[in-house]
Design a protein around this ligand. Structure first.
Ligand SMILES: [Zn+2]
Length: 107
């Protein structure tokens, strides 16, 4: 099994926890500098730790291994953000339609 770098794990958890509790990160199209910074910090740690791994050990086996789990995790993170945004938009649309239907007198 791969052993995850504790710093990597901590950076990831920090980013995830921030996104989970940050209204800006969850808002549609919201650009949160702290959220982006946390993600970039995490990506930098991942890059650095894998680079060190390649340098410290036999290169030929490990070099080919792409950081799939990290990529998938980032993808899920972004999809989750987009999903929240879409959910809010869909909710607003339903609310608008409902208000129109309720507000208009029946024809
Ligand atoms: Zn945020």
């Amino acid at each position: 099994m791969t052993t995850r770098d504790p710093a990597e794990e901590a950076a990831w958890l920090t980013a995830i926890r921030h996104a989970a509790g940050c209204p800006v990160c969850k808002s549609p199209g919201g650009v949160c500098s702290r959220g982006e910074w946390l993600l970039h910090a995490y990506e930098a740690i991942v890059r650095r730790s894998h680079h060190e791994e390649d340098e410290g050990q036999e290169e030929r086996m490990r070099h080919r291994r792409p950081p799939v789990t990290e990529r998938v995790a980032l993808y899920v993170f972004r999809v989750a953000r987009a999903g929240v945004a879409l959910g809010v938009l869909a909710g607003l649309l339903v609310l608008t339609v409902a208000l129109c239907v309720l507000g208009d007198p029946a024809p």
